[in-house]
Design a protein around this ligand. Structure first.
Ligand SMILES: [Cu+2]
Length: 157
């Protein structure tokens, strides 16, 4: 019986972690998260989705966090080779939800130098939007779930 209670408590925690969101004005930032990084990784990626419930387009123009460099990244897939590059902004059109996800646009935390992301870590960051201004969020480091998560960030720094 004790075990059953513990199991359901864990399930509750997991559910809470999966549904955390942050709001400012007409923007809702849902579920900022990152995957664990390997010991040798110099960078780690962050993902979330943003819903713009307003009538005016907005743009994500930057992010601040406690790392040597944090950038917005785009991804291209040319003949099966994934490449990532800096982008200036991510459009968040009125009435739409934009997802930052593996294989697409994402946040790049750079300069980890041995300071790995581990499951359960929380990474505070400030997202900067052109119109909504700044939104403080927390990225949760969560276990990798499946093959679709796999974008190798270990090689770039
Ligand atoms: Cu990247």
């Amino acid at each position: 019986m004790k075990r059953l209670i513990l199991a359901s408590a864990l399930t509750l925690c997991a559910t809470a972690a999966l549904s955390h969101d942050f709001k400012s004005g007409s923007l809702i930032v849902d579920h900022p998260m990152a995957f664990p990084t390997m010991a040798t990784a110099m960078s780690g990626a962050g993902y979330f989705s943003v819903t713009n419930t307003g009538t005016e387009d907005d743009r994500l123009i930057g992010i601040r966090a406690d790392f040597p460099r944090v950038t917005l990244h785009g991804t291209t897939n040319e003949d099966g080779v994934m490449r990532m590059f800096d982008i200036d902004a991510i459009d968040i059109p009125a009435g739409e939800t934009v997802g930052l996800e593996p294989g697409g646009k994402h946040i790049m935390f750079m300069g980890l130098s041995g300071d790995t992301f581990e499951v359960g870590d929380e990474i505070p960051a400030t997202l900067v939007f052109e119109k909504a201004g700044e939104i403080d969020v927390v990225f949760y480091v969560e276990p990798r779930g499946g093959a679709s998560d796999e974008v190798d960030h270990s090689a770039h720094n």
